[in-house]
Ligand binder design. Sequence first.
Ligand code: GLU
Length: 420
Amino acid sequence: MAEKLNVHEMALMQFHNAADAINLSADIRRILEKPMNQFKVNFPVKMDDGHIQVFQGYRMQHNNVLGPFKGGLRYHPTVNTAESIALAMWMTWKSALVDIPFGGAKGGIQIDPSQYSKGEIERVTRRFTYALGQTIGPEFDIPAPDVNTNAQTMAWILDTYLLTVPPHERHAHIHVVTGKPLGSGGSEGRDKATGQGVVYLIEEWANDRAFPLKNATYMVQGFGNVGSWSARLLKPFGAKMVAVQDHTGSIRNYKGIDPDDLYQYVQSTGGVKDYPQAEAIDPDDFFASEADIFIPAALSEVITEDIAPKLKVKLVAEGANGPTTPHGDRILREHGVSVIPDVLCNAGGVTVSYFEWLQNKRSEFWDIEEVDMKLRRRLTKAYRHITNIAKQHDCDLRTGAYIAALLRIENTYKHRGIFP
Ligand code: GLU
């Protein structure tokens, strides 16, 4: 049977699975099924050649019962209402399960940034921030980097947003975005945080089953922030990267690809294509590579019912959001492949975003050791908690993670009730 779910339907299916497992009340289900607020805007920007182009921007705010809306902004042609809602829901579960006081939101701009100059991207970003207006705010909705956005994007958003508040209040609004450059209120360790979290969790998984990471092999899809950091941080364990795929091509070398060298190459060329120390392979062959660990760190709906049977790995560590479809999940389970689900596996990013937000509010600067130690502690605790829930409910870690999140949110709604 062909799989025709879009990411939004997929996110809902995962949610209902877990809701069924814990008999979540029908009332809470109805609330969590829908985003609280949806913001969509068409805004004009002057291009380098003088003509005006109109872009579509989105911000979907799923839930804020545990704290301000939180989540990234992505610049990609696939950005739309349904995708942003799914990603916003995933942010709600993610923050809840690592126990940070945030809700979930997501958005971005429907754009292929590679087609525009840096000046154009800056103007697009600033005009979008202006259009967002009070939709975002340091105690209300706090954006962060996501696909094709980075610390520079956050610096432009910060600068533009601050100009919309009275001068004497500006410094008090610096936590309106996280993932900022270090000199603009960013945190040590935020840039690598998602990849660092992926690696801490791979370590937990490996320790649990006495699986040696020394000489373990891994393959990575996507060599942007999450993929490249995960790859580079796994190297010191003596693990060997054997295959990489990104939007430009697929490469393999069973003798090992040096992640640091590949990173330098990708920085200068824009992709893994034609990397001289590996052989170019067919994109479909990539998935069937011999490796122990697969880190999908690109876009959603990659491990489908067609791709899942090809994977030979023991572990899928989901750096991306939504890389595995429900059918793909079922096949991985049947084949005995472990999955560290996205909502936990990539939660390092939002966790260090929370640390950045706290440091801004307290005018503090934590050193990298403190950030890493606190990140590790939180992720390890969530991993243990979710593993226990999965055992109790005899379910996979994804459902376990959802259950952990839903119980926390349900509990809060029970205390507060519904107005009026
Ligand atoms: N975009 C990242 C995510 O999907 C980080 C979100 C954040 O730091 O708010 O988790």
